[in-house]
Design a protein around this ligand. Structure first.
Ligand code: SF4
Length: 396
């Protein structure tokens, strides 16, 4: 039986993630499963995604669907009819919440007014836009195809059409000092407020192994802000966003309270989600155990296998209780609310105290990196800066 109090964003949340793996070009910093191809057979992709959705729906009957997220790649390049067909199929397969959150990621330069309207008509009610910088030179350096003016026009159009809009920026870029970032973020917050945008995702530029930018960096082609400088930018981000009424609710995500991304909260709180499309990950509770699923990563192979077999699952693993508990610690501590002890015990069958190292926890509390209350365990703003080390100590 479901507990109405558990939704939205409680234990009963169940999201659908759809991965669209194609982009117009490859950004040099990007390690996502994104590919540039000459042509996409939209009909075949629609058919395959619908088949994989049906496959996962058959394993998860009766779930209450709380969110759908089209990520990528650049899902704004997906034919809007495909998004519409998938949304209709998901609504029919599960029981959708009346206010089902449906997010689609878009890049400026891939959407005109007609495309936006078609995406909205498909049922998407939250648009997340990859703006990345409010500086034309930096956009070029990041390999982005759009300029600031184009991005601004796109987010204004989106904000006028979608009930909720968010945009992403990347900071700690090459040569970016504190004052420059503060100025850019203030402009972003002002512009967001002016058009009713209530959510920003603000990521620090990191060098991901295997990317073109990481190789350039390793060759010494450029220098990024050091750890202390990046920490200053992070702290300034927290202050400016909170002052503007968009406090952090996760390491990189800021929102006017009540407009947080429900889909991502489902991940971080340990809820179930189905992942379809190349390389998509999922967490499915089947017969009382949580299964981690991963789809075939290579788009052509995924397509071929899915059209033939009905799904392109590469790997499925039944998580051990310890692995499940560790995952919940890692994801829960990303959020400002932290780990809800009662939920943790419900989802894992163990009290949190049985999973975390008592000595490590005591040290982290003493150092002001963690706060523990009878209800929750959460990382302080300072602790979030060193989250990997904090998690390592807790799970030692
Ligand atoms: S548009 Fe996004 S997904 Fe595509 S290459 Fe650039 S960063 Fe990666």
């Amino acid at each position: 039986m479901t507990d109405p109090a558990a939704t939205p964003s409680g234990d009963e949340d169940f999201g659908l993630y759809v991965h669209w793996p194609f982009c117009l070009s490859k950004c040099p910093y990007c390690d996502f499963n994104s590919h540039v191809v000459d042509a996409v057979d939209q009909g075949a992709w629609r058919a395959a995604l619908l088949r994989e959705l049906a496959h996962v729906a058959a394993r998860t009957p009766g779930r209450r669907l709380t969110s759908i997220f089209f990520g990528g790649g650049t899902p704004s390049l997906m034919a809007p009819e495909t998004a519409a067909a998938l949304i209709d199929a998901a609504r029919a397969a599960w029981t959708p919440l009346p206010d089902l959150e449906i997010t689609l990621e878009a890049n400026p330069g891939t959407v005109d007014a007609a495309r936006f309207e078609a995406i909205r008509a498909a049922g998407v009610n939250r648009l997340s836009m990859g703006v990345q910088a409010l500086d034309d030179d930096d956009l070029k350096r990041l390999g982005r195809r759009h300029g600031v003016a184009e991005a601004r026009a796109a987010w204004r159009a989106a904000a006028g059409l979608f009930p909720r809009t968010s945009f992403d920026l990347i900071y700690a870029r090459v040569g970016q000092g504190l004052v420059a970032w503060q100025d850019e973020l203030k402009r972003a917050l002002d512009e967001a407020a002016a058009c009713g945008i209530t959510h920003l995702s603000l990521y620090q530029l990191t060098m991901e192994e295997g990317t073109a930018m990481a190789a350039e960096h390793a060759r010494g082609a450029f220098v990024l802000p050091g750890e202390d400088a990046a920490a200053d930018l992070y702290e300034a981000t927290q202050v400016l966003c909170a002052t503007a009424g968009l406090p952090a609710y996760e390491i990189s995500n800021h929102a006017v309270p009540g407009t947080e991304c429900r889909h991502n909260l489902t991940y971080w709180r340990g809820g179930d989600y189905a992942g379809i499309g190349p390389g998509a990950h999922g967490r499915l509770t089947v017969d009382g155990a949580v299964h981690a699923t991963r789809q075939i990563k290579a788009p052509a192979l995924w397509l071929k296998r899915t059209l033939k077999a009905g799904h392109g699952t590469q790997e499925e693993e039944r998580l051990t209780p310890r692995a499940r508990a560790e995952e919940l610690v890692m994801t829960g501590l990303r959020t400002v609310e932290g780990i809800d002890k009662a939920r943790f015990a419900r989802l894992t069958g163990s009290p949190l105290a049985a999973v975390v190292a008592a000595a490590g926890l005591a040290t982290l509390v003493r150092e002001g990196l963690i706060v523990e209350t009878p209800q929750a365990l959460r990382v302080t703003a300072r602790g979030r800066l060193a989250l990997n080390a904090v998690v390592r100590m807790l799970l030692a």
